[in-house]
Ligand binder design. Sequence first.
Ligand SMILES: Cc1ncc(COP(=O)(O)O)c(C=O)c1O
Length: 366
Amino acid sequence: MSIHPLVPPNIRDLSPYVAGKTVEEVQAEYDPPQISKLASNENRMGCSPDVKHEVAKALQQVQDYPDPIAQKLRALLADKNGVEAENIMIAAGSESVIANLCRTFFLNDEQAITADATFVGFFVQANIQGVSLKKLPLTSDYRYDLDAMADAVSSDTKMIYIANPNNPTGTYITKSEFERFMRLIPDHVLVVMDEAYYEYAEQVADFPNSLDYDFNNIITLRTFSKAYGLAGFRIGYGIASKEIIGNMMKTKLAFEPTTPAQAAAMAALGDHSFLRKSIKGVEERKKRLYAFFEEQKVSYVPSVSNSVMIILDTEKQAINFTQQMLENGVILRRVHAFGLPQCVRITIGRKKEMDHFEHTFKKVMS
Ligand SMILES: Cc1ncc(COP(=O)(O)O)c(C=O)c1O
């Protein structure tokens, strides 16, 4: 018997997530002298050295289920963000918080609005839940078209998803744009502000911290996967009104994130000097990359996150370029899945990786 009829059409139509190649795969396939993984917006500087010690201690408790509400971490995050513990939900990455949001708020066919070139994780979770997704084009300078999004709101709209800064473009919406937008959005629409790259952008003068505002219909998402360098642990969180979080806690998978992940996050939060150093390093090497692209006459989109997107002439050029870089050990991300077929995203790596990128870029492009 085929199980085909048992699978709902919205799941049948999905494709499994295809991640970028791993270092081991590239090694086995092409055996280049150096490999630089600049594809997944991870923190190439690693994570705080304090994490190792705390995780080693946490390993002694892995026979027990984790604290389902991560009380200690929740208290630290509440204190850091000036909210109460009941305003916070911690889960296995902000992607898991997104999954939880979709489970909590949607019945089939209800509507969400977002952009066509934004974090695909939201599309996937919304599709799983049978949400009707209205994806609006970005502006010509690769930014959210907030006016078009506000105009698209109808009585059927339940949620708006915005990644700020956006992935894969690295662009952001400003304080005044955000404030104007929120005045246009009715209270019954939940606005998801996914701030996965917040730590890289917060020093930008007109970047809005959505936690500074008193709107009851916002949920702010943050993660330990980027600036804190803990992507492999899977831990992130959402901050919103107690009513929103209270409902999300009903549908959360009880025992995520794991005990070692909770310990890692607490250790990472305490190490301000690692965080500062890794953000400063990204800023410096991003400026250097801009200068390189200007010298090479390559179009790029200025970014406030830890990656930079370049715009090539055609999709074919983007495919060939990414493949040749890969064969030379530089793993990059084409962003066709985000609706930008001629664009390629480069994560800012360490100096050695950026040297490798520039050297290989010149070789491939010549
Ligand atoms: C905008 C955005 N949100 C969320 C995520 C997922 O983060 P996490 O590792 O916390 O699930 C990513 C990862 O690339 C992202 O770019």
